[in-house]
Design a protein around this ligand. Structure first.
Ligand SMILES: [Zn+2]
Length: 79
């Protein structure tokens, strides 16, 4: 397997959204990637984000493959 960062083009192929997670208040939400270039690296999106809940910039963005794999029980209980 190629070892390279996941980009928006990869997610588009898989029809998977990007999810952001705040490391300060644990708030999690989907990110609108509309208008972003397809070569945008998913984990770099967080640099431009700010938590909508607490305003923290300590945010992590990652691909959301939840519709493809079973959810972790931990994440389900947070919803
Ligand atoms: Zn927050």
């Amino acid at each position: 397997m190629e070892n390279r960062p996941v980009t928006l083009a990869d997610l588009k192929e898989l029809d998977a959204p990007v999810r952001a997670h705040c490391n300060n208040c644990q708030n999690a939400d989907y990110v609108s990637t509309e208008g972003m270039p397809e070569d945008t690296i998913v984990i770099h999106i967080a640099r431009k984000l700010r938590c909508s809940h607490c305003g923290s910039k300590d945010v992590t963005s990652r691909p959301c493959y939840q519709h493809m794999v079973p959810q972790h029980p931990q994440e389900t209980s947070q919803q």
